[in-house]
Design a protein around this ligand. Structure first.
Ligand SMILES: [Zn+2]
Length: 423
C-alpha cells in the first residue's frame, strides 16, 4: 500500500457520511436515502483535497511513517460534507422585524408589498448602503453560516433594481467571496420585482434588464446564474422567459422562483429554458412536476420560507421525489426569512414535508451542489474532491434534524483548513 504525506486526518467518526457516487447526476428517489455511511470512518486530506475516505483503521495505515499530519478525533461524532445552501439573498441592508409583527397580526406578503412594505424597504436601504457597508453587513451572516456548517452558498442580487445598485450587490458578494472562507456562487436577480418607479411602464424595466444589466453583468463576470421571480403580479411567464433567455444568451444559466404563491407555470418554464433549478414550488402543478422530472431540473425547496409565510401546505416533496425530480434544500436567507441554519431547514423538511433525515441530508449536500453546478467539486466526501467537511457533535445522522433549535457543529474544515471550531 502506498503511504501518503498528509496534512490532516480525521479519525474515529461514529458515522462518516460520504454521499458518494452522485457527482455526475443528482440523487433521485430511493437513492436519496443512501448516504454511503462508513462506521468508525476517517478522511485523509492533503492541501485542499480529500485523498482517501475509509475506515479509521485503513486511514491510519495510509499515513507515511515520520509524517505529522494534524489529527482530528471525531469520536462519537458524525462527519459529513460541508452543507451547501443553494438559495439565499445575501448582501442586503436593513431589517424587517416590523413586518414580522404585521404578519403575525394577519397581513399577507402581497398586502405588505402593496402597502409599500416588504421588499421595497430592503431596496431602499440597500440602495443607500455603499458596497463596503454591504460587505461589512455580509460578514457576520457568513460567519453564522459557517458556524452552522455551511461551506458553499449561492447569493442573489435583486435589492438594487437599478444597474449601479445591482452591480454593487454583486461586487459586494465578490469581495466577500475573496475575504471569507465560504465560497459564494453569485446569481443576478434584477428581476426580483418591478421597482416602484417603473410600475406604470414595466416594459421599460424589462428593457433595462435585458439590454443593459444582463450584458454588463455577464461582461464583468459578476454572476453565473440569472434568476427571475415568476409570479402573478410580479413577472409573468412571457416576461420571465424573455429575461431567462437573454441571460442564457450571455452565458448566465437560468434559475426560477417558481410556483411559490400561485400555480403559475414557473416549473414548466424552468424545464423549457433548461434551468439549473426551480425554487419554492409550494403550488407546483402535476404537469410542472412531470416537466421538472423529464428535464432533471433540481427542485430547490425552501421550507423556512413556508414557515415565515405561515403556509399550511409546504412544497410537495414526497410527490417530487416519487416522480424522480432531484430535490435540494436551501434557507432562502433574506430579510423576510432570517435564518442561516441549514440544520433548521432539515428539521422543517422532515417534519413539514415528510422527508427522512437521510433525504434531507442528501438534499443539503450533493443535490444542493447540483443546483449550483458545483457537484464536481463539493457535496460529497470522495477522493479528489475539495476537503469541505463538517464534524457534527451527534452520534448518528438522524440526530441532526431530530434534536433541533441548537447547533450541532463542532468543527468545519474548508478547503483542507480548519475554518471553525466550537472549542
Ligand atoms: Zn428567493
Amino acid at each position: 500500500m502506498e503511504r501518503l504525506d498528509l496534512d490532516m486526518v480525521i479519525l474515529n467518526a461514529s458515522e462518516l457520511l460520504t454521499l458518494k457516487g452522485a457527482s455526475h447526476t443528482p440523487k433521485l428517489r430511493e437513492d436519496l436515502n443512501e448516504l454511503g455511511i462508513i462506521e468508525n470512518g476517517g478522511v485523509a486530506i492533503r492541501g485542499n483535497q480529500i485523498l482517501a475516505v475509509d475506515t479509521t483503521k485503513n486511514i491510519k495505515r495510509l499515513v507515511k511513517p515520520g509524517s505529522r499530519p494534524r489529527i482530528i478525533d471525531a469520536k462519537n461524532q458524525t462527519v459529513m460534507p460541508g452543507l451547501i445552501d443553494p438559495h439565499t439573498h445575501l448582501a442586503f441592508a436593513g431589517s424587517r422585524e416590523r413586518e414580522f409583527v404585521q404578519k403575525i397580526k394577519g397581513a399577507t406578503y402581497m398586502e405588505i408589498l402593496e402597502s409599500g412594505g416588504g421588499i421595497n424597504v430592503t431596496v431602499k436601504a440597500t440602495r443607500k448602503a455603499s458596497k463596503n457597508t454591504l460587505v461589512r453587513l455580509g460578514k457576520p451572516t457568513l460567519n453564522r453560516m459557517l458556524e452552522y456548517g455551511t461551506t458553499t452558498v449561492e447569493g442573489k442580487s435583486g435589492y438594487g433594481l437599478e444597474p449601479k445598485h445591482e452591480y454593487k450587490q454583486l461586487f459586494a458578494m465578490r469581495d466577500l467571496n475573496l475575504i471569507h472562507p465560504i465560497d459564494i456562487v453569485p446569481t443576478f436577480m434584477g428581476a426580483h420585482v418591478i421597482p416602484t418607479k417603473y410600475k406604470e411602464q414595466p416594459e421599460k424595466y424589462m428593457d433595462l434588464i435585458i439590454d443593459k444589466m444582463i450584458p454588463s453583468v455577464s461582461k464583468r463576470g459578476l454572476a453565473e446564474f440569472c434568476d427571475v421571480f415568476a409570479e402573478e403580479g410580479i413577472f409573468d411567464i412571457d416576461q420571465s422567459r424573455r429575461i431567462l433567455l437573454a441571460g442564457k444568451k450571455h452565458g448566465l444559466t437560468p434559475k426560477v422562483h417558481a410556483d411559490e404563491m400561485t400555480t403559475f407555470g414557473g416549473a414548466e418554464l424552468a424545464a423549457e429554458v433548461g434551468a439549473a433549478s426551480a425554487d419554492h414550488l409550494l403550488k407546483v402543478s402535476k404537469q410542472g412536476i412531470r416537466a421538472l422530472a423529464k428535464k432533471q431540473v433540481v427542485a430547490v425547496l425552501l421550507p423556512a420560507t413556508a414557515l415565515v409565510l405561515m403556509e399550511k401546505e409546504y412544497a410537495p416533496a414526497r410527490d417530487l421525489i416519487k416522480s424522480g425530480v432531484p430535490v435540494a434544500l436551501a434557507t432562502d436567507y433574506n430579510p423576510n426569512c432570517m435564518t442561516e441554519s441549514m440544520q433548521l431547514v432539515m428539521t422543517l423538511a422532515c417534519l413539514n414535508m415528510r422527508m427522512t433525515p437521510a433525504e434531507a441530508i442528501s438534499a443539503s449536500t450533493i443535490n444542493a451542489a447540483h443546483a449550483i453546478a458545483r457537484a464536481h467539486l463539493v457535496g460529497s466526501l470522495e477522493p479528489n474532491k475539495q476537503a469541505d467537511i463538517v464534524i457534527m457533535n451527534v452520534p448518528n445522522h438522524s440526530h441532526i434534524p431530530y434534536h433541533f433549535g441548537v447547533n450541532h457543529v463542532n468543527k468545519v474544515i474548508k478547503a483542507g483548513k480548519l475554518a471553525y471550531s466550537a472549542q
